[in-house]
Design a protein around this ligand. Structure first.
Ligand code: NAP
Ligand code: ZN
Ligand code: ZN
Length: 355
């Protein structure tokens, strides 16, 4: 008998301006290489909000977002070899890629030359539908894009590693964060607080550059050596020419030249924050100290597993606030207002329930 789709509960954005609301979506039939995952927790990333509100360009609706997913395998396709029913697994920002291009073959599927298939808002090669994300009870994903969740990590807090964790781990590793390196993290939100924890675990000297000092105590507790406010501007003169690597996690437009001035000789500022507006750069700011301005997108599948295992080894999990699905709209407002400490995680048990 031909297998059909499964109807599952999900919270979707009906349009760019309406609140996220409970609905149902179809998940594709479990193919030979697919696993069906019963979702337990889904993190809220600022990208969910940018995307659902059309800030990066028009999208089709309704759209379910969420790409920090953990759950348990409840069904496996006939050719699945890596995962068994009952295992704890995760899904991040990608659910597929071409697997043939130079970048895919190098394990950098996030830079697939044909474009990776995003967990939400992509076109699913299996059936041509628009992919729907993790604010849902179940998801079907090809096993090659599924991660193993280490058992020793706090299960209810681990989901944000799948995006926030890997997005900062990858550039920290690529630009050799470690002992003797001065790293500055701009923005103490979901990505920023993970950058603090991971850079500290890598042995670097870590500085947070935040709009104010309200989160200073937390920053120092999570592993920062220094914590400065950018609001009054003094840090830009006092710490000029200081940092080897700056990770900019800010979701809004900032004066990137001011931050570039903080880089030491041959230093690099990596922007992972994704504001809708361009970040204009003055050439002379880069000439001084032979500075570099770079970007970075999540991480490959193997590297994501490496990051999860690194976090397991160092006992690193995100600082989370567990919420029920009917709190998502309020949570989004708090994220936009920089009032998140430091990642909201939806308890998927509440997804099919209305207030
Ligand atoms: P978040 O939790 O909202 O954190 C962003 C932080 O930026 C805030 O906590 C705030 O920190 C700071 N900030 C916000 N508005 C600001 C403003 N107007 N001026 C200066 N600082 C401001 O967001 P997130 O989930 O970490 O995501 C951060 C950005 O990364 C988003 O744009 C997201 O789309 C992007 N992202 C990119 C990738 C990638 O692959 N490159 C992956 C995931 C997310 P303070 O209060 O400490 O100043
Ligand atoms: Zn994300
Ligand atoms: Zn590819």
């Amino acid at each position: 008998m031909e297998k059909t789709t499964t109807t599952v509960a999900a919270w979707a954005a009906p349009s760019a301006t309406e609140p996220v609301a409970l609905t149902t979506i179809e998940r594709r039939a479990v193919g030979p290489k697919d696993v069906l995952i019963a979702i337990d927790y889904a993190g809220i990333c600022h990208s969910d909000i940018h995307f659902a509100r059309g800030e990066w360009g028009p999208i089709s609706y309704p759209q379910v977002v969420g790409h920090e997913i953990v759950g348990v395998v409840t069904e496996t396709g006939s050719e699945v070899s890596r995962y068994k029913v009952g295992e704890r697994v995760g899904v991040g920002c990608m659910v597929n890629s071409c697997r043939e291009c130079a970048n895919c073959l190098a394990g950098q599927e996030q830079y697939c030359l044909k474009g990776n298939i995003q967990t939400f808002g992509g076109v699913d090669p299996a059936d041509g539908t628009i992919t729907q994300g993790g604010y849902s009870t179940h998801v079907v994903v090809t096993e090659d894009f599924v991660l193993r969740i280490p058992e020793n990590l706090d299960y209810a807090a681990v989901a944000p590693l799948l995006c926030a964790g890997i997005t900062v781990y990858s550039p920290l590793k690529h630009w050799n964060a470690g002992p003797g390196k001065k790293i500055a993290v701009v923005g103490m939100g979901g990505l920023g607080h993970m950058a603090v924890k991971i850079a500290h675990a890598l042995g670097a000297e870590v500085t947070v550059l935040s709009q104010g000092l309200s989160k200073k105590e937390d920053g120092l507790r999570l592993g920062a050596d220094h914590y400065y406010a950018t609001g009054d501007g003094t840090v830009f003169t006092e710490k000029a020419n200081t940092y080897d690597l700056i990770i900019n996690t800010v979701s809004a437009l900032i004066d990137i030249n001011a931050y570039l001035g903080l880089l030491t000789f041959d230093g690099t500022l990596v922007s992972v924050g994704a504001p809708a507006e361009p970040l204009p750069v003055q050439a002379f700011t880069l000439f001084n100290n032979r500075r570099s301005f770079a970007g970075s997108s999540i991480g490959g599948i193997l590297e994501t597993q490496e990051m999860l295992d690194f976090c397991a080894q160092h006992g690193i999990v995100p600082e989370t606030e567990l919420i029920s699905a009917d709190y998502v709209n309020e949570a989004w407002e708090r994220v936009v207002g920089s009032d998140v400490r430091y990642r909201f995680v939806i308890d998927a048990k509440t997804i099919g329930v209305t207030a």
